[in-house]
Design a binder for this molecule. Structure first.
Ligand code: 3HC
Ligand code: NAI
Length: 705
């Protein structure tokens, strides 16, 4: 790869009186040091050249400018700084026009806002998404956007991080004009010529006065209150409101200085590090050895076997991606239920006004219910989602082997079972793979792609391509009981059970885990998913459980009473009259007490901090085992699994990133301390010990993979 220098990444050429400044820094024209220097040089060149009367800034490729170069965050800053570049653009004595044909995001939009005039083409998308990275717009965006689009609208744009279309940006006042087509340079030159012909003067955003400051401040107060309620411990949103407030209260330059100070606070926050890690990790997960080794097979027709909770959700996910889906069930009654499960999702959308009746009919025209395996004959990909029973699954795969066309990919949605054994039930194990969706399958982003021993690389590549079409986040996992997510979940769930038996109530544990940033605690999750599911797994594992391992029976006592959670009106919590938020149940606490007494345990108190440390240490320790066994390719695959499938707080970056940020030595010291009480459960993972001994982090493994 050739080195980026200012003159290679920012090219200038003159077209009559217009200096065309083209940013050409693939893949997304991020504003790395060379681009910033190139832009500055272009402004100076224009200033020095009497023949130039206007500057036109455009982006090469599909993007205008994607923003600051996120890879530079956390490294020593290199001049010129982006705010200075933006100020120089705005200060130009010759008119500057930005012609936007693709994403203009973050610092990219800030460059455009410091131009004097803005033109948007149909593919333009304008936004200030810094909030998603734990930041705020730090190159004048918080000062210029309110001047152009109004204080409240600008603050909302920054707090939501959403993108505006060209039309919406025009309506909001962020751009001056729309143009057709995709050639930003031609459209920009035409616009520039028009402005020059009319002798239009420079128009600096900084000079625009903010109207009705009292109303603006009142709107910001209301937004701050709402943000404080909703942002669940997030650091940057309230700083965004503060920075916008500075635009109202302070002169422009003082406002910029305030913005900078707040930006640096955000930049230095651990939340920024966690969120930027999440951004890159979500892109890295798709980089797997099989995708480099083989091309995906064509997938045009899908079949789903089983129309229950998961089969219906998977069918909807595939229908939503525009694919035709055949669903096979056991008998007429079951397929009627499967069809109803699919239709129910679209009925919900129609009821909410998000889909028309015709739209629903058009989607369902691609859906074919069936009770005959013969109907999977044309499918390129068959996804099995029948009962979680290895014999039932093997029988289904034997059937599929008999009817599926050669080269069809045969996938199982099993949560825990041995996919090598399922593959062995067929004469074509090279075509068998795990596609582990999460419930509700048409909503949850995570798709664990489970790779058995004999599967072909092209089948793995096909699964990743399929995930991309479904807009899912794929994570490659190896075969073991529970793959990446459910395997680790089983262990930290045990840590929670131990805590409960030793003295913390399920409600205290849930509260501590929510305090860490999870949307729900483990006992709430059990109640939501249905306690019977975990109960069945525990019974299945009973025969192979180490008799010396600690086993907490509280959940079994609760399930024995038929208390399976929300669906039965009670579980760990009470849900009177179908309530969705549970209330603590004194009878559950009595069961907990009785179980403690039975084992002679004298309950002790746990602080929220200790609850979280145990919960997280169990998660990280098992994560390290999953890594050393090769079940996960890299620590980041575990992080993405938990971020997109288990409600892990995104701003903490995932469990392995969290461990790095704590210090692995600290996590290991905790594990060793907990091992004093239960050495079997708290055996440190050898990989964790090795990393600590070598002074390395999980992130180093991400980079060396
Ligand atoms: N800096 C560095 N790399 C970036 C980047 C950025 N701002 N944006 C994207 N990339 C990289 C991605 O990591 C990916 O790299 P890879 O190919 O090695 O994996 C590559 O560019 C392509 O990105 P996508 O896969 O996301 O491509 P898409 O076409 O799907 O999406 C996009 C393009 C809409 C521009 C999307 O990448 C995006 O949303 N990027 C981030 C935009 C953003 O958050 N900007 C604000 C940055 S912070 C800022 O500007 C601070 C300022 O206020 C001072
Ligand atoms: P479910 O009980 O809701 O649905 C199973 C369906 O399979 C039933 O409709 C049944 O009639 C059908 N079926 C059974 N045998 C069949 C056969 N031989 N041919 C055709 N259809 C048959 O179960 P659910 O929850 O949808 O689970 C299905 C699979 O998905 C299981 O392997 C489960 O472990 C897995 N899974 C479940 C998740 C969940 O949250 N429910 C999450 C992720 C995976």
């Amino acid at each position: 790869m050739s080195e980026s220098t200012p003159d290679t990444v920012v090219r200038t050429r003159r077209d009559g009186p217009v200096l065309v400044v083209a940013i050409d820094h693939p893949p997304v024209n991020a504003l790395g040091q060379a681009v910033r220097a190139g832009l500055l040089a272009a402004i100076e060149q224009a200033g020095a050249d009497a023949a130039v009367q206007a500057l036109l800034i455009v982006g090469a490729g599909r993007t205008f400018i994607a923003g600051a170069d996120i890879r530079e965050f956390g490294k020593p800053p290199q001049p010129p700084a982006l705010p200075d570049v933006c100020n120089r653009i705005e200060a130009s004595g010759k008119i500057v026009i930005a012609a936007i044909h693709g994403p203009a995001l973050g610092g990219g939009l800030e460059v455009a806002l410091s131009a004097h005039y803005r033109l948007a083409l149909p593919g333009a998308r304008l936004g200030l998404p810094e909030v998603h990275l734990g930041l705020l717009p730090g190159a004048g965006g918080t000062q210029r956007a309110p001047r152009l689009m109004g204080v409240k609208a600008a603050a909302e744009l920054m707090l939501s991080g959403r993108h505006l279309s060209a039309q919406d940006a025009l309506a909001a006042g962020l751009v001056d004009r729309l143009a057709d087509g995709a050639d930003a340079t031609a459209a920009g030159i035409a616009f520039a010529s028009e402005l020059l012909a009319a002798q239009t003067p420079v128009r600096r955003t900084r000079d625009i006065a903010i109207a009705d400051r009292a109303a603006a401040l009142a709107a910001l107060d209301a937004l701050a209150a709402e943000t404080a309620r909703q942002s669940r411990g997030l650091f940057s949103p309230l700083r965004i409101v503060d920075a916008v407030r500075a635009a109202v209260e302070l002169p422009f330059d003082a406002g910029l200085a305030r913005e900078r100070a707040l930006f640096v606070e955000c930049l230095d926050s651990p939340q920024r590090a966690g969120l930027v890690h999440a951004f890159f990790a979500e892109r890295e997960v798709a980089k797997i050895p099989e995708a480099r080794a083989a091309a995906p097979r064509r997938v045009e027709r899908i079949a789903v076997v089983g129309g229950g909770t998961m089969g219906a959700g998977i069918a909807v996910a595939a229908l939503d991606a525009g694919l035709p889906v055949t669903m096979v069930e056991r008998d007429a009654e079951s397929i009627a239920r499967g069809r109803a499960n699919v239709a129910k999702v679209y009925d919900g959308l129609v009821a909410k006004g998000r889909l028309t009746a015709d739209g629903k009919a058009a989607v369902l025209a691609r859906y074919t219910p069936s009770t005959s395996y013969d109907d999977v004959r044309d499918a390129d990909l068959v996804i099995e989602a029948v009962f979680e029973d290895i014999e039932v699954k093997k029988a289904v795969f034997r059937e599929l082997d008999g009817v599926a066309k050669p080269g069809a990919v045969l996938a199982t949605n099993t949560s825990y079972l041995d996919i090598d054994a399922i593959a062995a039930a067929t004469a074509r194990p090279q075509d068998v793979i795990g596609l582990h969706f999460f419930s509700p399958a048409h909503i949850m982003k995570l798709l664990e792609i489970v790779v058995p021993a004999k599967v072909g690389a092209d089948v793995v590549a096909t699964a990743f391509e399929f995930a991309r079409r479904l807009r899912k986040t794929p994570v490659r996992a190896g075969v073991c009981d529970g793959f990446i997510g459910n395997r680790i979940l089983a262990v930290y769930k045990q840590a929670a059970d131990h805590l409960m038996e030793d003295g913390a109530s399920p409600y205290e544990i849930d509260e501590a885990v929510r305090g860490f940033g999870f949307a729900m605690g483990p006992f709430q999750v059990t109640d939501l998913a249905g306690g019977d599911i975990g109960w069945a797994t525990r019974k299945r594992r009973a025969a192979t459980r180490d008799p010396k391992a600690r086993y907490v029976e509280i959940a079994d006592r609760i399930c024995e009473r038929g208390w399976f959670g929300q669906k039965t009106g009670r579980g760990f919590y009470l849900y009177p009259n179908g309530a969705r938020t549970g209330q603590p149940d004194p009878e559950v606490l009595a069961i907990v007490d009785a179980e403690r007494a039975k084992k002679g345990i004298v309950p002790r108190r746990f602080s929220a901090d200790e609850i979280v440390r145990r919960y997280m240490a169990a998660m990280v320790n098992e994560g390290a085992r999953v890594l050393e066994e090769g079940i996960a390719l890299r620590p980041l695959d575990i992080d993405v699994t938990f971020l997109s499938g288990y409600g892990f707080p995104r701003w903490r970056g995932g469990p392995m990133k969290w461990a790095d940020m704590q210090g692995l030595d600290k996590v290991l010291a905790d594990i060793r301390a907990f091992a004093q009480e239960d050495p079997l459960f708290w055996q440190p993972a050898p990989l964790l010990e090795k990393l600590v001994a070598e002074g390395r982090s999980f992130d180093r493994l991400n980079r060396s993979a």
